[in-house]
Design a binder for this molecule. Structure first.
Ligand code: UD1
Ligand code: MG
Length: 474
């Protein structure tokens, strides 16, 4: 008997009716990955030579997803859901399997590689024809129960609906994860019948068949029942997501990352964080986000596919598909939209929105600005309330700002326009033409003061009184 895993069958054809969703149950996500994706991820280190996913309900979307995340897998179509036994029959059609074969459900995202590997080791060592992974649940209602004989060996699995009152008292349940010697499964899988309360072919019935035939059936109790929880409705989806969140946060904290409030910090399974980073409450790190050492994130910050450099600070902000350089500073209340890139030591401050723009080393956009489709050099300062006017109503255009530039407050930079190195713009300017290096552009009406106007035109007002007190006259 080989030591590895030869075949894996993942059952994912079910309707998922209780989700009340237009999306297939197994495509719902927790921690940034589909439920099915978590199952396949847990399975991956066991490296099955032949991976088969049984699909049915919402076939196209599930198949498409499998092609994307596990291109080496074969999908098997189960047109009618005639039960888990029927699904396995279809998965085995036309092949001559040998070696070790695992069957698991596509809706148990908390299973770990560690548990699956242990299960495989124990199964191989036992030389059993079938091993069932079991768990003891505080409330076993709804699950198949493990019926053992007086010697403690498994005799059969009985479904909730088919169980006697006495059997319903059993708190050891079938997790839906099984390991078989493939030949033993092949022999028994066509002997099952649909003579049960649901009129379905139950995979679980092969256990009693194998037990009677060879007596080589085992039930292995897993020590963490939360791993085997399945998702059937949205309440269970949230419950599993919270367990996954705690698991992920625990691992990060043990690796030297400070998470101030793990219950309000949600980090996708796909996110990478280096030691000595700190995450403040209410933060959500998603997708391919990575956070380097000594960075500080949050509170209340969302990072979606964002790379954060070492020692950077991102405070109360929302950032997507962007790069934040080391020791740069973002927030509070900044919005980095896709394609934003901040070089080392750059700053994007309060109420600033950045899109598809790069901000050079040490450059600052501290207050109340929109930076769209811009390239800003290093050491430049963009005055408060500056707007990069990138849209002419039809097309978007780029603005280029050089190094060591000082853009005056409330400047409109009407793209396409280029501001040369070391140039200035006067506050309140509307810049429509290129500004050569080292010059100042003043693009606003010249100020004129009309003396005594308030005293004449607003005679009996508080302003007129104040002006008179200050010595103004008509
Ligand atoms: C099944 C087990 C039960 C176990 C429980 C663990 C059987 C008869 N019962 O019950 O002992 O305690 O899982 O969660 O196997 N599926 C198909 N095609 C089908 C039917 C189901 O692919 O025709 C898939 C489902 O998508 C799901 C998995 O098989 O991923 C389990 O099916 P489900 O209907 O949820 O079985 P349970 O009633 O939960
Ligand atoms: Mg189920």
């Amino acid at each position: 008997m080989g030591s590895g895993l030869d075949i894996a069958i993942v059952l994912a054809a079910g309707e998922g009716t209780r989700m009340k969703s237009s999306t297939s149950k197994v495509l719902h996500t927790i921690a940034g990955r589909s439920i099915l994706g978590h199952v396949l991820e847990a399975l991956a280190p066991l490296a099955p030579k032949d991976l088969r996913v049984v699909v049915g309900s919402q076939r196209e979307s599930v198949e498409g997803h499998v092609r994307e995340i596990a291109p080496h897998a074969t999908t098997v179509f189960q047109a009618e859901r005639n039960g888990t036994g029927h699904a396995v029959q279809l998965a085995l059609e036309g092949i001559k399997p040998s070696g070790n074969l695992i069957v698991l459900a596509g809706d148990t995202p908390l299973l770990t590689s560690f548990t699956l590997k242990e299960f495989l080791d124990v199964h191989i060592a036992s030389e059993n024809d079938v091993s069932v992974l079991t768990a003891q649940l505080p409330d076993p209602t709804g699950y198949g129960r493990i019926v053992r004989d007086e010697l403690g060996g498994i005799v059969r699995i009985v479904e909730q609906r088919d169980a006697t009152d006495e059997e319903q008292e059993i708190d050891e349940i079938n997790t839906g994860v099984y390991l078989f010697k493939a030949e033993a499964l092949m022999k028994s899988i066509h002997q099952i019948s649909n003579n049960n309360s649901q009129g379905e072919l139950y995979l679980t019935d092969v256990i009693a068949l194998i037990k009677a035939e060879t007596n080589k059936a085992g039930a292995i109790l897993s020590n963490d029942y939360t791993e085997t929880l399945g998702i059937n409705d949205r309440a269970q989806l949230a419950e599993c997501a919270a367990i996954m969140r705690d698991r992920i946060n625990d691992a990060h904290m043990r690796a030297g990352i400070s998470i101030i409030d793990p219950t309000t910090t949600w980090i996708d399974a796909t996110v990478k964080i280096e030691a000595n980073a700190t995450i403040y409450p209410g933060s959500w790190l998603q997708g391919t986000t990575s956070v380097a050492e000594d960075a500080v994130i949050g509170p209340r910050t969302t990072l979606h596919n964002v790379s954060v450099g070492a020692g950077a600070l991102v405070l109360e902000s929302h950032c997507t598909d962007s790069t934040i350089g080391e020791k740069s500073n973002v927030g509070p209340f900044s919005f980095l939209r896709p394609g934003s890139s901040l070089a080392a030591g750059a700053k994007v401050g309060a109420y600033v929105e950045v899109k598809n723009s790069s901000i050079g080393a040490g450059s600052k956009v501290p207050h109340l600005s929109y930076v769209g489709d811009a390239t800003i050099g290093s050491g430049s300062n963009i005055g408060a309330a500056t707007i990069f006017v990138n849209y002419d109503g039809v097309e978007k255009h780029r603005t280029v700002v050089g190094n060591e530039v000082r853009i005056g407050s409330d400047t409109m930079l009407v793209a396409p326009v280029t501001i040369g190195d070391g140039a200035y713009t006067a506050a309140g300017s509307v810049i429509t033409e290129d500004v050569p290096a080292g010059s100042i552009a003043v693009a606003r009406a010249k100020q004129r003061n009309i003396l005594g106007w308030v005293l004449r035109k607003r005679a009996k007002t508080a302003s007129a009184d104040a002006a008179r007190k200050a010595g103004a006259s008509e």
